[in-house]
Design a binder for this molecule. Structure first.
Ligand SMILES: CC(C)(COP(=O)(O)OP(=O)(O)OC[C@H]1O[C@@H](n2cnc3c(N)ncnc32)[C@H](O)[C@@H]1OP(=O)(O)O)[C@@H](O)C(=O)NCCC(=O)NCCS
Length: 216
């Protein structure tokens, strides 16, 4: 049996967090490739809603998996995140990546608004390929209490796992303007899990940090 434990990340974990992100997704998303570890560090410090989590292999002390859960608890609807910077080789690449980024988060933004900003969004989940299929991914899903409606933009690889944890799944194709229609498409499984428990005492994880007290 693997000897894994979920812990909160600290700043020193961010390079490994990005390394696992890169290894697990292997260049599936333009904006992941372009924005890199610098942006991960910015998110760690700058975003009010984030919970950066990791799974440690207790036998070696190595961080083998990571997740970012965004938790909105009725404190007002935040603006949709925007991507900027100077990471691209030319203007057109930057514009394309910004469209992709915007389209990727469009469904989630609607859900945040419609839920009155009472929502848990699994923003990132990845397991180092050397440690996959040993339960680490499921541990990082299960840290989120069932008192929150939860959403995830699921990959093909994550879809079955999310389905077994109560998420359902229409397929979503991120739209881009006419001039980019010949480029590769970005798609995901737009998956939602309704609130499953009203019992906040038993369904809140030690690793998720609530920032205000408007939980339902
Ligand atoms: C998806 C991912 C997070 C799963 O993590 P994991 O630790 O390997 O998964 P677990 O061992 O906890 O999950 C077990 C279930 O996931 C499914 N699963 C795991 N890896 C899979 C793969 N490569 N292909 C299909 N299903 C897979 C298995 O069906 C398994 O279910 P079972 O044990 O009932 O058969 C991991 O494969 C990963 O990092 N993938 C690349 C990045 C990614 O797609 N992240 C999800 C973004 S939404």
């Amino acid at each position: 049996m693997p000897n894994f434990e979920v812990q909160r990340c600290n700043e020193a974990d961010m390079p490994r967090f990005f390394e696992i992100l890169s290894l697990a997704f292997a260049n599936d998303h333009e904006y992941v490739d372009s924005a890199g570890s610098e942006r991960t560090l910015q998110l760690f410090h700058g975003d009010l809603y984030v919970n950066f989590l990791k799974v440690i292999d207790k036998d070696t002390g190595k961080m083998i998996a990571a997740a970012k859960w965004n938790l909105y608890e009725g404190g007002g609807v935040p603006p949709q995140p925007k991507l900027d910077g100077n990471y691209w080789e030319n203007k057109e690449e930057k514009e394309f990546t910004q469209y992709m980024f915007h389209a990727f988060f469009a469904s989630r933004q609607v859900e945040i608004e419609e839920s009155g900003a009472c929502l848990a969004a699994l923003d990132m989940l990845m397991v180092d390929p050397a440690w996959q299929k040993q339960g680490a991914g499921r541990m990082l899903i299960n840290v989120m209490g069932l008192i929150f409606q939860a959403v995830v933009e699921g990959s093909d690889r994550g879809r079955r796992l999310y389905a077994t944890e109560g998420f359902d799944s229409p397929h979503y194709v991120c739209p881009v303007p006419e001039k980019f229609t010949t480029r590769r498409k970005q798609t995901y499984w737009w998956m939602k899990r309704p609130i499953q428990s009203k019992n906040s005492l038993n369904s809140m994880s030690d690793w998720i940090e609530p920032r205000c007290c408007n939980q339902r």
